[in-house]
Design a protein around this ligand. Structure first.
Ligand SMILES: [Mg+2]
Length: 332
């Protein structure tokens, strides 16, 4: 991969601010730079609060997407994805399941700042009722519980038949202890933030803290870097779930291709968390990667210039992003 200079990047950069349909991580807008890359459109969208070192790793992913040999779908036309239910009421959760066409697998956000355990339980029960007995449920607590809270909450919702809980607690030692305490329940523990931010894969394997690791392509530095981690995880007997970082369809595309490879290699590969474009009020490509009934059709991104224009960020935010880009490029 040839690393482009800042002038080249700036010349093909579109800074956008996209209103979200539902607030996510406390955000109401998703900001991103979409590039007209040399080999493909590319996305760089580290969350605003991340420091330059972390954002530079996301930039490696963006540069790989836009400035290395283009990757093709290799015959794959669609992938399997989960639906996602944010911290909404049971009625809204049911409506989202219906709108998503009853996906086979649903991930439900729990342990949010404005959601009590009773709220979480009501939401999870509503999803189980909407999905019926065969639907699969995974929870995501984003590390918000402590060890005892996690055990209590999971036992409270265990009757809803949960496959696994993503990042129930923050510390690896607590995740490992929780796995031991819950061993008779048959509910897995997945590491998400632990893989990227709070620890790393070697430590997770070493401490037996998880059954599953969540892999996010752009935050981990791109497809090649992610593939190395995936192989390491699979060799250690863990399962992997590819997931998005709430990207536009440009940033979702390389992850969708990687999911297609994982499904080809293993027909029972877990459903990916890549059906997140529907959280954006508008996308930046002509054919957004919108899932239906748990299937997402893969289409290579073609930038929609009128959307980029309409979604253009304010001059202040554009300046902020371009100066962040220049600083982070020096760290790549
Ligand atoms: Mg997560």
């Amino acid at each position: 991969m040839t690393i482009p200079g800042f002038a080249e990047l700036r010349a093909c950069a579109h800074v956008v601010s996209i209103p979200l349909v539902t607030p996510f991580r406390g955000l109401h807008h998703r900001e991103a730079i979409n590039f007209d890359g040399l080999s493909s459109p590319a996305e760089w969208s580290p969350f605003p609060e991340y420091d330059d070192a972390e954002a530079a790793r996301w930039l490696r992913g963006a540069l790989e997407q836009g400035w290395s040999a283009p990757v093709t779908a290799n015959g794959a036309t669609s992938i399997r994805v989960n639906g996602t239910i944010p911290a909404v009421s049971p009625e809204e959760a049911t409506a989202l399941i219906v709108a998503a066409g009853f996906p086979h697998t649903v991930k439900i956000k729990v342990a949010g700042p404005s959601s009590s355990l009773a709220d979480d339980q009501a939401r999870v029960e509503a999803v189980r009722k909407a999905l019926g007995a065969t639907g699969r449920i995974r929870l995501d607590a984003n590390g918000a519980w402590n060890l005892d809270e996690a055990e209590h909450a999971i036992r409270t919702m265990e009757h809803c038949d949960i496959d696994y809980v993503e990042q129930p607690v923050e510390k690896l030692a607590d995740m490992a202890e929780l796995r031991t305490r819950m061993s008779e329940l048959g509910i897995g523990v997945a590491a998400d933030e632990s893989v990227r931010r709070w620890s790393d894969l070697d430590a997770i394997i070493e401490s037996r803290a998880a059954d599953i690791v969540v892999i996010k392509i752009q935050p981990l530095g791109g497809v090649s870097a992610s593939r190395i981690l995936i192989d390491k995880a699979l060799n250690a007997g863990l399962e992997v779930v590819l997931s998005s970082a709430l990207e536009t369809s440009v940033g979702l595309f390389p992850a969708a291709l990687l999911q297609a490879s994982l499904e080809r290699e293993n027909p029972s590969a877990l459903d990916a968390g890549l059906a997140t474009a529907s959280f954006l009020s508008r996308d930046v490509v002509t054919q957004p990667l919108i899932a239906h009934a748990g299937e997402l059709t893969i289409s290579p991104p073609t930038l929609d210039y009128s959307a980029l224009e309409e979604l253009g960020a304010s001059p202040e935010r554009t300046t902020w992003w371009l100066s962040r880009l220049e600083r982070c490029l020096a760290l790549v």
